[in-house]
Design a protein around this ligand. Structure first.
Ligand code: 4NP
Length: 152
């Protein structure tokens, strides 16, 4: 199983999901490949935002640097999880028809999906936004892992 988490800049939300899911999978002996990417290339090569690292100090972000979504990601990954509707729309526009079924909102794995379909962009906000992002992502990732484990 190969999973790609996608946000806009690949410096806040998707690196948080990348780091948290990678840790959760390792802790539960769930073998998978985890990666993250951005629909924008504007932060290419940058490490995760220090505010995201601070909101998840207990999680390792080792080796995570921003990189844009590439066309061959759509064939390579089994599951491509967008953080919000705007990034979902950008992925849908680029993704070949035969891989569209791999595109999902990360929040669709969260119990509160109906009220909260998006992981909100924290970039221009304060610390609380980053804490909310971490919480939503962690809860959705726990549910995602549970579903993937049931399938195996
Ligand atoms: P991310 O957050 O998509 O969660 O990585 C953002 C990072 C950078 C910008 C916007 C959102 N930006 O406008 O530069």
């Amino acid at each position: 199983m190969k999973i790609l988490f996608v946000c806009l800049g690949n410096i806040c939300r998707s690196p948080t999901a990348h780091a948290i899911f990678r840790q959760l999978a390792a802790d539960n002996n769930f073998v998978c490949e985890v990666e993250s990417a951005g629909t924008s290339a504007s932060h290419k090569g940058a490490p995760p935002d220090p505010r995201s690292i601070k909101a998840a100090v207990d999680v390792s972000f080792k080796g995570i640097y921003s990189r844009p979504v590439q066309n061959d990601d759509f064939g390579y990954y089994d599951l491509i999880l967008a953080m919000d509707l705007e990034n979902m729309a950008a992925l849908k526009r680029r993704c070949p028809a035969e891989h569209q079924h791999k595109l999902k909102l990360l929040m669709s794995y969260h119990a509160e999906f109906a009220n909260q379909p998006e992981v909100p962009d924290p970039y221009y906000g304060g610390t609380r936004g980053f804490e909310l992002v971490r919480q939503l992502i962690e809860q959705a990732c726990e549910q995602l892992l549970a579903e993937l484990q049931q399938r195996r």
